[in-house]
Design a protein around this ligand. Structure first.
Ligand SMILES: *Cc1c(COP(=O)(O)O)cnc(C)c1O
Length: 422
């Protein structure tokens, strides 16, 4: 396990790629990362993903593989599964999905036939691409019907409307869990709707998996949910992958859907890294970390709102917020993203509910605190960052102001080490 030697060989033998990775390291250190789906993973996860497990074919599941030589990989996968079950308090865990998108595809394909109906959130209100965007293959294969948030009620979901749509459209799956939604979810209400029409309950907690694991947001299994999917690289701080977690009765259908239904050989180096990240999330310190992510988000949201920035749900219960930049500063999301990039603050442009503008030039930005929290930034730092963001958006026509601000931001960032780099 000579990681140092491996890097030396890369530097000697493929200078181009080596330099690009070095450049990315520097970029990740220099700026404030506020993209809510990103995080800085653990050095131990980097070690596992860079290990020789990448050499191994392990099609199948522990004890039932199509290749020999599995005495270590079986134990790795069993550890990952056991830790996932303990952490999320569920009966079964499939740890093989290669990322978030295939984890959701595996669930749809396990239960549905082409043309069957899934009831999910409108994409501009927070639903993910894999929740049936018209450009996605899933959106063409299945019939996605939509519910929305209520802007008059701080983004809460109107369950009377949801029940009405469910009764009209008879979905096979009722899906909650979102990519740009700053509130917690009322799982009991979703369960009530699903039970009324005999649907399966599915929560895609890709973004908030770490916050559920850390005990600071509700766990869908406490409300009788059937299926929960989560990525492992967002708030969970693990490698890029997905988990399908479920109640015991669904174990077999889910496993068969992931392999051989959708995927071939699992990425054992990633599964080892998932086990490492889940092991970390089982430690008491992780609860503290998850709590800090939420406190930081509240602090940043508070500062932005105090400075007159309009947040679409009027605040946040999780790690993220969506700002309406058109209403707040007359800039569309793409312009806001570019201006903030120029001062080394990274956010992503984001559609707002029923956005009149297209996704590449939407009306808002999405902002989140996991990365900043991982670097050790606290609530005072959040207020300061919020102040810088507002300043950049307001004085963006003055290049000297932006250059000075960028310097200030980068000097600040150097005080906070990045795990795996520093
Ligand atoms: C990020 C995300 C996914 C997909 O994850 P990828 O790893 O990017 O494929 C799925 N669902 C939701 C809600 C997400 O936020």
């Amino acid at each position: 396990m000579n990681a140092k030697k491996n890097w030396e060989l890369l530097e000697q033998n493929d200078r181009e790629i080596y330099e690009l990775i070095a450049g990315e390291e520097d970029r990740q250190k220099r700026g404030i990362e506020l993209i809510p789906s990103e995080n800085y993973t653990y050095p131990e996860v980097l070690a596992a993903t860079g290990s020789v497990l990448t050499n191994k074919y392990s099609e199948g599941y522990p004890g039932k593989r199509y290749y020999g030589g599995q005495e270590f990989t079986d134990q790795v996968e069993n550890l990952a599964r056991e830790r996932a079950k303990r952490l999320f308090r569920c009966d079964h865990a499939n740890v093989q999905p290669l990322s978030g998108s295939p984890m959701n595809q595996a669930v749809y394909l396990a239960f549905l036939k082409p043309g069957d109906t899934i009831l999910g959130m409108d994409l501009s209100h927070g639903g993910h691409l894999t929740h049936g965007a018209p450009v996605s293959h899933m959106g063409k294969i299945f019939n996605f019907v939509r519910y929305k948030t209520d802007p008059q009620a701080q983004g809460k979901i109107d369950f009377d409307q949801l029940m009405k749509i469910a009764k009209e459209t008879k979905p096979k799956i009722v899906l909650c869990g979102y990519t740009s939604y700053p509130r917690d979810y009322d799982y009991a209400d979703f369960k009530k709707v699903a039970d009324e029409v005999g649907a399966i309950t599915m929560a895609d907690v890709a973004h908030i998996g770490g916050l559920i694991a850390g005990g600071v947001m509700r766990n869908p299994f406490d409300y009788g949910f059937d299926i929960v999917t989560t990525t492992t690289h967002k708030t969970l701080r693990g490698p890029r992958a997905g988990l399908v977690l479920c109640r015991g009765g669904y174990a077999e259908i889910i496993d068969r859907s992931v392999f051989p239904g959708l995927q071939g050989g699992p990425h054992m180096h990633t599964i080892a890294a998932i086990a490492v990240a889940l092991g970390k999330a089982l430690q008491p310190e992780f609860r503290e970390y998850a709590g800090k992510i939420l406190k930081n988000a509240k602090a940043l949201a508070g500062k932005l709102m105090a400075e007159g920035i309009k947040l679409v749900t009027g605040g946040t219960d999780n790690h993220m917020m969506v700002a309406d930049t058109v209403a707040s500063s007359g800039l569309n999301g793409r312009e806001a993203e570019t201006i903030l990039d120029a001062v080394s603050i990274t956010v992503n442009k984001q559609v707002i509910p029923d956005d009149p503008n297209p996704p590449l030039r939407p009306s808002g930005i999405r902002i989140g605190t996991p990365c900043a929290t991982t670097r050790g930034m606290g609530e005072d730092d959040m207020a300061r960052i919020g102040g810088w963001m507002v300043k950049a958006l307001r004085s963006h026509k003055d290049q000297d102001d932006l250059a000075a601000l960028k310097k200030e931001v980068e000097a600040f960032c150097r005080r906070f080490p990045v795990p795996g780099i520093d």
